[in-house]
Design a protein around this ligand. Structure first.
Ligand SMILES: *Cc1c(COP(=O)(O)O)cnc(C)c1O
Ligand SMILES: [Zn+2]
Length: 559
């Protein structure tokens, strides 16, 4: 056997890594695992030597899929700190909470691990250009390592990816292609583009590089926890050199992180370096949680989520494929659970973590911590458990999501005028075009009383033909039928909500010029507000309920 081979996780066919490989030649499966010939490895001597090696994940080169060290493209990734939480741990009632600080990589997410392994492997294969589809962090990391290796990166992003992330990839010289569609659609388009242009598609190496790279996190965790052994609960017959946690927790999209980490613990177990496998806590964003939904139904096959409903692009893989099966099997064998958290819970958790332990994370990691909070509340995680959380990424766009517009206080010393509560000039001038032509109005509001009130006040003011709908689906049907001059909508409605209504109207050439007024009690993030201001004619925020005053304001503004 060569130093390593690849093995299909589905049909177990073995093959070598070549530049033409785009999955298992026999069954087409995308996930291929590396298998090493370690018959000559003296584990004790190897572990002794690790302490003398340069600090990067390449300390574990014996179990990484590169043949010639000269091909390694490194920026000092990996070997990140394992931080023992104090304040957050105390607030949660956990005695041993650790944060694996993956923000401290060269491009500030744990995708640096994947990129160093993938780009090094591409260099070894002689590949000069690569196409990658990404929700953000993979492409940023590939772009950085690609720049260093002289490999050109074509980066395809879905609609949801924040511009800041795309700009970062562009800064490293990647060709940035923004696709109007979901992540799964973006992957398809990237594959077509690569095939047509004859460019290497990342998919051929992706799973192998990702799994092998992510497993180094497990090695580091076990090695780092061993330093704290004295502080940790005693384990009966613990003769192993390193120490496993009881839990590894991560916010999951494609699932490569925990699959890799699981493989790492398995390898260490087989080496005799640890004597127990950790449980796995898999957290997904509520609006894109195919794994959690399948797990709750007791199913080993996940149903893809066609239209992910989350602003957290990093976690928006709708179709997890076989990755879920691997994780399901892991949880069956060694324990753990799948749990989801809403975007709002993720932003709240982000704020808590930042204020408790001084760690600022991107929303995907906020999801992880929100999941941790739930697992503690539900008693799934016990106070004495040794818990490691993958603190997977930090990026600038996060502040936009979690701070409202009052995060900054301005004080203008040049004149003492007070800023008005609302900037009415811009609103009123924006409304001038509407005036007398507005007669046919559709109001979407799930609160029946509020809807009637809007209709009543409008009809009292003029000759309005107002039609009411109690949710977005009913409202959209009405809009298509009735072709109103104006749509007034709430944001929070069951089923199709106000955001979806606006998206659907804007996407329909027959409806996209109809002005929209949003009346909402929802607390808006800066990003939501920014988006709404671009899409709608007028945004009115109410306190708890709709009152006559508010409707008066609406009517005077559209008249
Ligand atoms: C990619 C990514 C995830 C999800 O990782 P998977 O293991 O592939 O599901 C979570 N957090 C951050 C910051 C990421 O970049
Ligand atoms: Zn196969």
């Amino acid at each position: 056997m060569k130093r390593f081979e690849l093995e299909c996780i589905n049909c177990h066919t073995r093959m070598s890594l070549t530049r033409h490989l785009s999955g298992c030649p026999k069954c087409g499966e995308n996930i291929l695992e590396a298998r090493y010939d370690l018959s000559e490895l003296n584990v004790e001597a190897w572990v002794d030597d690790l302490g003398r090696r340069r600090h990067s994940l390449w300390r574990y080169a014996e179990v990484l899929p590169i043949t010639d060290a000269a091909n390694i493209v490194s920026l000092g990734e990996g070997d990140t700190p394992l931080i023992r939480s104090r304040v957050l741990a105390a607030n949660l009632g956990l005695k041993h909470l650790y944060i694996k600080d993956e923000r401290q990589g060269p491009t500030a997410s744990f995708k640096d691990r994947q990129a160093t392994v993938a780009i090094s492997a591409l260099k070894e294969l002689g590949v000069e250009e690569v196409v990658v589809a990404s929700t953000g962090n993979v492409a940023i990391a590939y772009a950085a390592y690609g720049a260093r290796a002289g490999i050109k990166v074509w980066a395809f992003f879905p609609t949801l990816t924040p511009n800041e992330k795309m700009r970062e990839a562009a800064l490293y010289g990647a060709e940035v292609i923004k696709v109007t569609g979901t992540y799964d659609q973006t992957k398809e388009l990237a594959a077509k583009f690569a095939a047509r242009r004859g460019i290497f598609l990342d998919r051929g190496i992706k799973s192998t590089a990702a799994i092998e790279a992510m497993k180094t996190m497990a090695y580091e965790i076990a090695e780092q926890l061993a330093f704290d052994r004295e502080m940790l609960p005693a384990v009966p017959d613990d003769n192993a050199r390193w120490r496993s946690p009881d839990w590894f927790i991560q916010g999951v999209s494609g699932g490569m992180g925990p699959i890799g980490v699981g493989k790492g613990f398995r390898e260490m177990y087989d080496f005799g370096l640890i004597d127990r496998m950790p449980k796995m806590g898999i957290v997904q964003s509520e609006g894109c949680a195919p794994m959690v939904e399948a797990f709750q139904r007791g199913q080993r096959i996940a149903t893809p989520v066609e239209r992910p409903d989350t602003v957290i692009a990093t976690l928006a893989t709708g179709n997890p494929g076989r990755a879920y099966e691997l994780l399901y099997d892991y949880v069956q064998d060694f324990g753990g659970t799948f749990i989801s958290a809403s975007d709002q819970q993720a932003f709240d958790a982000t704020r808590v973590l930042a204020r408790n332990d001084g760690i600022s994370v991107e929303p995907a990691t906020g999801v992880t911590f929100a999941g941790l909070f739930k697992m503690v509340q539900e008693g799934i995680i016990k106070p004495d458990d040794v818990v490691v959380v993958n603190c997977s990424g930090h990026t600038l766009p996060v502040e936009l999501e979690i701070l409202d517009e009052q995060w900054q206080r301005q004080f203008d010393v040049s004149h003492r005028a007070h800023a008005p509560a609302l900037p009415p000039e811009s609103l009123i001038s924006a409304l001038e075009g509407l005036s007398e032509n507005v007669r046919r109005v559709v109001v979407m509001e799930d609160n029946v009383d509020a809807a009637r009130l809007i209709a009543r006040v409008m009809q009292a003011r003029g000759d309005y033909d107002v039609r009411l709908a109690h949710d977005g689906a009913e409202g959209m049907a009405l809009v298509r039928d009735f072709q109103p001059d104006l749509v007034v909508t709430d944001l929070m409605m069951p089923g199709v909500d106000g955001f979806a209504v606006i998206e659907q109207m804007k996407a329909d050439p027959r409806l996209n010029s109809i002005p929209i007024v949003v009346i909402t009690a929802k607390e808006l993030t800066a990003r939501e507000r920014g988006w709404l201001n671009d899409q709608v004619h007028l945004l009115l925020q109410k306190g708890g309920s709709i009152d006559e005053d508010l409707v008066e304001k609406l009517v005077t503004k559209i008249e």
